[in-house]
Structure formats: C-alpha cells, structure tokens
Design a binder for this molecule. Structure first.
Ligand code: DAH
Length: 346
C-alpha cells in the first residue's frame, strides 16, 4: 500500500508537470496515461495486491488519481482546441471553391508589352496630362496658330471660361509629353510615354474618338537617324518576331525633320497580301523622325549641341491584329464577355 501511494504521488507530479505545445502532445498524454494500455489502467490493476482491509481506501485513492489524470487531459484538450493539423479536420479530397480571376484589358496588355521592350533598352516611362494647353499639344511642336498641320488632327477644345489665358484641349497625341519632358531641362532624355489621346472623329468599327498611343523620345549629343533605326529594328523583332521585314517611307510631321513612317511585313499573311494589309504585304505601325531643331529650341535645348529622335505608335491597331478583334468599339464597351477572354499570358 505504501508503495502504491508513493507511486501515485510520483505519477501525479509527473502529470502536473506535463506541458503540451500542440495537439499531438495532448494525444501522447492520452495514450500514455488514459489509453487501454496506459499507466492509469495499469495502476488500477494493482488493486489486486492490496490487502482486503485496505481495498476501500486504496480504491478511493486510485479513483481520485484517475480523475486527476482525466482532468489534466481535459485541460490540455481545452487549451489546444483548434490546433489540430488541417488534414485532421478537413476533407482534402473535396473540390476547391473557384476563385474568379480578373483579367487585364487587352489595351493594357499591348501597352505593357511595348513598354517592356523599350525598358530593356533603357527607356524610362513618363506620362503627361490628357487635358492639355495649346502650347504643349501644338505650338511647341512646331505647329503655330493657323498652321495647316493642325487640321491633320481634329481637336476637342475644353471650355475653360472667357478669362482663360490659353486654349485648353484634350490632347490629340502623346507628343505633348515630349515637350513636358524636354522642358524639365534634364539631359539626356530617354523616355517612353504611353497614354490616351482624343480626336473628334466619327465612331465606327475602325476609328474612335479616343484611343491610345505610345510615344518614344531620345535626346543626347550625337543621336542620329541610325540610332533611331536600330532602336526600332530591335523593337519590331521583339514584338513581331525575328523574321519580320521592316521598311521606312519618307513622310511629314511638323515636329520631326526628316520624318518617316515605318511599315512591317504583314504578320498575318507573311507579306504575300491579305485583307489586313490591303494586299500590299505591309502594315504601317508608327511615325518617327529626328526632332526638329525648332522643337528643341522651343524647350530651351541647344540644337547645335543636342539631337534626338522621336516616334509615336498607336496601341489599338496592333492589339486588334494580335487578338483578332474586328471592332475598335469593343475596347471601350466594358462587356465582361469580351474582357474576360484576355489573360496576362496571351
Ligand atoms: N504624333 C503623331 C500622331 O499622332 C505620331 C508621331 C509621329 C509621333 C512622329 C512622333 C513622331 O513622335 O516623331 O500621329
């Protein structure tokens, strides 16, 4: 009996000192003390060695010991409720809940593609305002008042009240950002300027009153037309593949001299002639040229010391060709059935 009492006292202090950091340890406790082969049951079995006259007392002590172990187990369980591992409480074979994924707008996808190619050449991204004054959109770009080139782009003017000292308008091209970058007065400049532009045009499947452009600008000492060509060659090969052919046609823009338009061999038919390239085998993708000395001067840059090139391209048309979209209006209708077809991977 004395042995038994000593043993129980030792067990009790062991139980008392037991701590569990997680539910696995709690289970270990249960098995060790309360399981079918556990120490509580084993100790109970010692009743048979107790002399009859002490059985009553021993029974009470053993019962109390059992309750002590059970109470400890309950306390441990309580402290660790909710710490069981996921796999114990969940049926991992159940199908998951669908998480609806958003998708990027095809214009954003195309714009980001264009930007990332130029970023690899060291171009930084710059943005300018969509509501612009006449100076940044026209005059500084070598299109003074009454210049016929202004008619090339039908403009939405903004009513800024009679007292406004300048004419405000919705920018007709991203070239306004060229001027704003040059006016900052920090050279050299190597930027790419994406943005939305506006023109007063009849809306149809092929043209809209707003669309997107990406402008490029590089100004430093000794920048030449060869640099312009090399930059654009790199862009075209990255964008349309290594096999695509390129041609420059002389053109006219008031803000560049000389000016050119760049065509690529039709990436739909490979140059043999189709409806997209109007049977010519070529698709026009951008306008470009060497920045006109007047434009540099208008922004306080010395044209004797610095030269630069610029280019501007639309975003809608390449996106329509890439994704097989036949109506430009789809881009701005926000029809989810249209929008959800595009993912970042495409
Ligand atoms: N701003 C012209 C347009 O909207 C595009 C353009 C042509 C931009 C030649 C340029 C350039 O920077 O050099 O049609």
């Amino acid at each position: 009996m004395q042995d038994l009492l000593q043993k129980i006292a030792a067990y009790k202090s062991e139980i008392d000192a037991f701590t569990a950091a997680d539910d696995k340890r709690v289970e270990e406790f249960r098995i060790k003390w309360l399981g079918t082969k556990g120490l509580v049951k084993g100790t109970m079995g010692e009743m048979k060695h107790v002399p009859n006259e002490q059985k009553r007392e021993a029974g009470q002590i053993l019962n109390e010991f059992k309750q002590f172990a059970e109470a400890k187990f309950e306390a441990l369980k309580e402290a660790h409720s909710g710490t069981e591992s996921l796999s114990d409480s969940m049926d991992l074979s159940l199908p998951g809940d669908e998480t609806p994924l958003g998708s990027r707008h095809p214009i954003s996808l195309m714009r980001n593609r264009i930007i990332s190619i130029f970023q690899r050449l060291g171009f930084a991204v710059a943005e300018g305002p969509e509501v612009e004054d006449d100076w940044h959109n026209f005059t500084a770009l070598n299109m003074p008042e009454h210049h016929p080139a202004r008619d090339m782009q039908d403009t939405f003017y903004v009513d800024a009240g009679e007292n406004s000292a300048v004419d405000w308008l919705l920018r007709t091209h991203t070239s306004n950002t060229q001027i704003r970058e040059m006016e900052k007065g920090k050279l050299p400049i190597r930027v790419i300027c994406p943005g939305r532009v506006y023109r007063n045009e009849t809306i149809s499947a092929r043209s809209h009153c707003f669309f997107h452009q990406v402008e490029g600008l590089y100004i430093d000492e000794h920048v030449s037309f060869a640099d312009l060509k090399q930059t654009l060659y790199f862009f075209v090969k990255e964008m349309y593949g290594q096999d695509v052919r390129v041609r420059f046609r002389p053109s006219y823009f008031p803000f560049t001299e000389p000016s050119a338009e760049m065509d690529v061999s039709c990436f739909i038919c490979g140059g043999t002639g189709c409806n997209i390239c109007k049977k010519t085998g070529w698709v026009e993708i951008l306008g470009c040229g060497m920045i006109h000395p007047n434009v540099l001067q208008n922004c306080g840059i010395n044209p004797e010391k610095y030269t630069g090139f610029a280019f501007g391209m639309g975003v809608e048309r390449p996106a329509m060709l890439k994704y097989g979209i036949n109506d430009i209006r789809l881009f701005s209708e926000n029809d989810v059935r249209f929008l959800k077809q595009f993912t970042s991977a495409t």
